[in-house]
Design a protein around this ligand. Structure first.
Ligand code: DP6
Length: 395
């Protein structure tokens, strides 16, 4: 941490995570306690991450926050709950008391940005809240589990505090003390696993997950059926991950994504996140898998039409060639992220074994990434706030 002219600050990066057993539905709206446990994979920071600088100073007049270059209101119940819980934990530490008490009174500046285009429609609140909580915990010197605090910002954010393969245990207690994330295995456990994010061209404004899941809990009968089967699915996918059994991992992942969207359609009025391209991608994935002796690729969809495809590294060139064939694009930046080894079967006519239409420009672009580590502290020169505590971009 740097101290300059009475200002203390720190900058951190935090990853995005994608659930393979989805969180959908709360038993407590205020404490953000889920109805079921969920399992996720944390993605590599290089391709997708939130970066946050937090600063405190006796010279700041008010708390302020900037997100992707725009000033935001601090009057947000979840944001306030996260900040007050962090300060409460910091007070409990009771070391260096006088100085700490004074610093806890200092006003706070928060500046956050993502390294992926906002237009991509990828959920960023998980990475954003995980990053804020991680950065504040470093600033106020808090150790131990902070996933319970990140959960108060956005449920799925608690999973972004760990790298690799993560479970958010739903917990039983009414105060939420046991509703926290835990690592199943680090990202190095399954080094062959890869992820392609298919950013679907789409103009529709989708119902946010907070509201979507509220309506599901209030109206869906199918949700009760889902909740009974989630514990077995969680056990099975944990085993598949620990055994690096891609075939089972893929099947459980796809079935859980399908069940989430079935429950959304069973919501009244229905909540619909998938579009024609999403359904086309699902058919394509099943056609590829049927052409193989075991599953080669799996899809998963969150509260929007974008697809997250999981596969093993050896199959990436084949899958990319198939995607380029069915979703042709003239964009030279169509494929972003990690470098992809080329394979020379680019001109194979896939329609001979996959009876699907070619849909030009159905995808905006594709991001190639892999599982990655937990949040980290960055060098001072990565900071987003200048020495006067205002965003560097605005100067
Ligand atoms: C479909 O964590 O965004 O991505 O807790 O209300 O902020 P709130 O919801 P949020 O929901 C994520 C839903 C999901 C599935 C998942 O990530 O598990």
């Amino acid at each position: 941490m740097n101290i300059q002219d009475d200002m203390e600050w720190i900058t951190c990066d935090s990853p995005v995570n994608i659930a393979v057993i989805k969180y959908w539905g709360k038993r407590d709206e205020k404490l953000i306690l889920p109805l079921n446990s969920s399992v996720s994979i944390t993605l590599n920071h290089e391709e997708l991450r939130a970066r946050t600088t937090v600063a405190i100073s006796r010279n700041f007049n008010e708390d302020k926050m900037w997100l992707n270059g725009k000033e935001q209101s601090m009057k947000n119940a979840r944001l306030q709950s996260v900040i007050s819980q962090i300060k409460r934990l910091s007070r409990k530490r009771k070391t260096d008391c006088d100085q700490l008490d004074e610093k806890l009174q200092w006003k706070l500046h928060i500046c956050s940005e993502n390294n992926f285009p906002t237009a991509a429609g990828l959920a960023s609140s998980a990475a954003g809240y995980a990053c804020l909580v991680y950065a504040l915990s470093k600033l106020y010197g808090i150790n131990g589990d902070i996933s319970k605090i990140a959960r108060l910002g956005s449920g799925s954010a608690c999973r972004s505090l760990y790298g690799g393969f993560v479970i958010w245990n739903k917990g039983e207690s009414s105060d939420g003390e046991d509703s926290k994330a835990e690592q199943i295995a680090p990202e190095t456990h399954w080094p062959e696993l890869r992820i392609l994010i298919l950013v679907v061209s789409d103009q529709t404004k989708h119902t946010g997950s907070t509201v979507g899941m509220q309506t599901t809990v209030a109206t869906s009968e199918l949700l009760q059926q889902r909740l009974q089967t989630v514990p077995q699915k969680v056990d099975k996918i944990k085993q598949a991950i620990l055994n690096k059994d891609f075939h089972s991992f893929a099947e459980i992942t796809m079935k859980d994504s399908n069940q989430l969207h079935a429950v959304c359609l069973d919501t009244y009025p229905p909540v619909s996140y998938l579009n024609d391209t999403s359904h086309h991608i699902m058919q394509l994935v099943h056609a590829i898998n049927e052409d193989n002796t075991s599953n080669m690729v799996a899809y998963s969809f969150d509260a929007g039409p974008n697809a997250f495809l999981f596969m093993q590294e050896k199959d990436v060139p084949t899958i990319i060639n198939i995607l380029r064939y069915f979703y042709p694009s003239s964009d030279p930046h169509f494929l972003r992220g990690l470098p992809v080894p080329e394979k020379d079967d680019y001109h194979v006519d896939y329609t001979t074994f996959i009876e699907l239409k070619v849909v030009p420009r159905a995808l905006k672009f594709v991001i190639y990434t892999k599982p990655g580590p937990e949040p980290s502290v960055k060098e001072t020169d990565c900071g987003l706030l200048a020495s006067d505590g205002l965003p560097k971009l605005h100067q």
